[in-house]
Design a protein around this ligand. Structure first.
Ligand code: C2O
Ligand code: CU
Length: 462
């Protein structure tokens, strides 16, 4: 057993180094996805290259595209100096493929591999990222887009994936700040970068024509930054959130807010004229600054097209059974300027001072981090409500693995079908979902320094 593993590991390492993709048995052997150190020109030219960790040495990692209902197989090879795993964020897949060390699999040690193999049930914009020591590994660049295509492509001229991220770089050397355990970041708003990029480019620019129609797939891969975005020189609609289509395209008249882990699919028309530049803009200290530039040359059509059709719905998007659903309460506590004065850490009650010394700052229902028993245990097929109270001074982006939920926004009204809920400090919000995917599912803050310092729990669908 051990020998065979070693053999496979060595064999794959050779294949990766030489880029020999198994020719003879291509039908039976899964392609590899290798996490490894690399360096990329992240900062403007003139700065040195930045040492990163990337899938197949790239940042972002390779864009994976499959058809809805198709099978994705990747032999994950860990060529990092740390154990790692891959989580397929937002995909409602088999629990064993969810990539959470200690809950759904063992972390993959350096030199080892793990076979990911699943069917993607839903079309939409998803992403994959490291899920071991995520606050470090995602900050080093271990993520990529996973696009599941609708059976019939949306009626657009182009489809662009835009992965937004911020990097904490040394302003002299352009190297990633290695203080991934920063007490300040963990106890405050998380690790926020000083260098903002899209698809690894600080000046991403895409040439377009007037009246061209684009589908923009926005993914927030940042550790903690909430992107507040606006359109300039283009107009359009939000057609999907967190991968899941909205029942009708929603005109964008306002700012778009994207918390860490969240995605939004937009369909936009370029309204700026030839020789002007349209922008996806970011609001930074009350000012709009370019996030992505779209220089316009020529005209694709004399006039804008009519409104787009909605994307086709995915299966199992309804949340019913609310009347009889059991409500579980989740109290989010702690952090700087919070009211937490003690919490359970590793089974022992600790004062806030002791927690600070342990570099642990956040609690769910008085307990820090993962516990033996889940937050809730739900029989498969039942509907569950989670009432979440953010009793902290900070926003949090709560992400549920394995299933999407809807926010209960009124007696009979439900919000969009999402996997990540962005909550402001002091808010209480209720989400509901049908527990239709059996297994152990993580529920945590996607501000990764918060997850690493307490904001992590799980649900058991039995
Ligand atoms: Cu995108 Cu548990 O994470
Ligand atoms: Cu948080």
């Amino acid at each position: 057993m051990l020998e065979r593993r070693t053999f496979l590991g060595g064999c794959l390492a050779v294949a990766t180094a030489g880029h020999l993709s198994a020719p003879a048995r291509a039908g039976t052997k899964a392609p590899t996805l290798t996490a490894r150190p690399a360096s990329v020109q992240l900062a403007p030219s003139g700065f040195p290259e930045t040492a990163i960790w990337g899938y197949d040495g790239a940042m972002p990692g390779p864009q994976l595209r499959i058809a809805q209902g198709a099978r994705l197989r990747r032999s994950f090879v860990n060529d990092l100096p740390q154990a790692s795993s891959v989580h397929w964020h937002g995909l409602r897949i088999d629990n064993a493929m969810d990539g959470v060390p200690g809950l759904t699999q063992a972390a993959v040690a350096p030199g080892q591999q793990f076979a990911y193999d699943f069917i993607a049930p839903d079309a939409g914009t998803y992403w994959y990222h490291a899920h071991n020591r995520s606050s470090e590994q995602v900050a080093r660049g271990l993520y990529g887009a996973l696009i599941v295509e609708e059976p019939e492509a949306a009626d657009v001229d182009r489809d662009e994936v835009l992965i937004l991220d911020d990097w904490l770089l040394d302003p002299e050397t352009a190297q990633i700040d290695p203080d991934f355990l920063s007490r300040h970041d963990r106890s405050h708003a998380g690790r926020n970068g000083n260098f903002i990029a899209t698809n690894g480019r600080h000046d991403l620019s895409l040439d377009v024509s007037q009246h061209e129609r684009l589908r923009l797939r926005l993914i927030n891969a940042a550790n903690a930054r909430i992107f507040v975005l606006a359109l300039a020189g283009m107009e359009g609609w939000t057609v999907a959130l967190d991968g899941m289509p909205l029942p009708a395209p929603e005109p964008i008249n306002d700012l778009l807010v994207l918390g860490p882990g969240q995605r939004a699919d937009l369909i936009v028309d370029i309204t700026a004229g030839p020789s002007e530049t349209a922008h996806l803009a970011r609001i930074d200290r009350q000012q709009g600054v370019p996030q992505v530039a779209f220089p316009v040359s020529g005209r694709a059509a004399a006039a804008r097209r009519g409104p787009p059709r909605p994307l086709p719905p995915n299966p199992r998007m309804a949340v019913s059974g609310l009347e009889t659903a059991v409500t579980t309460r989740l109290e989010m506590q702690g952090g700087a300027m919070g009211t937490l004065d003690a919490a359970i850490l590793n089974g022992e009650r600790k004062s806030f001072r002791q927690l600070v010394a342990a570099n642990q700052f956040w609690a769910f229902n008085g307990t820090i981090g993962m516990t033996e028993t889940p937050l809730a245990s739900v029989p498969q097929g039942e509907t569950i409500k989670l009432e979440i109270r953010n009793d902290t001074a900070f926003p949090h982006a709560m992400h549920l693995h394995g299933m999407h939920f809807r926010e209960v926004t009124g007696a009979a009204t439900l919000g969009p079908f999402r996997d990540t809920l962005l909550m402001a400090g002091g808010e209480t919000r209720t989400i509901a979902f049908v527990a239709d995917n059996p297994g152990k599912w993580l529920f945590h803050c996607h501000m990764l320094s918060h997850a690493a310092s307490g904001m992590m729990t799980w649900l058991h669908v039995t």
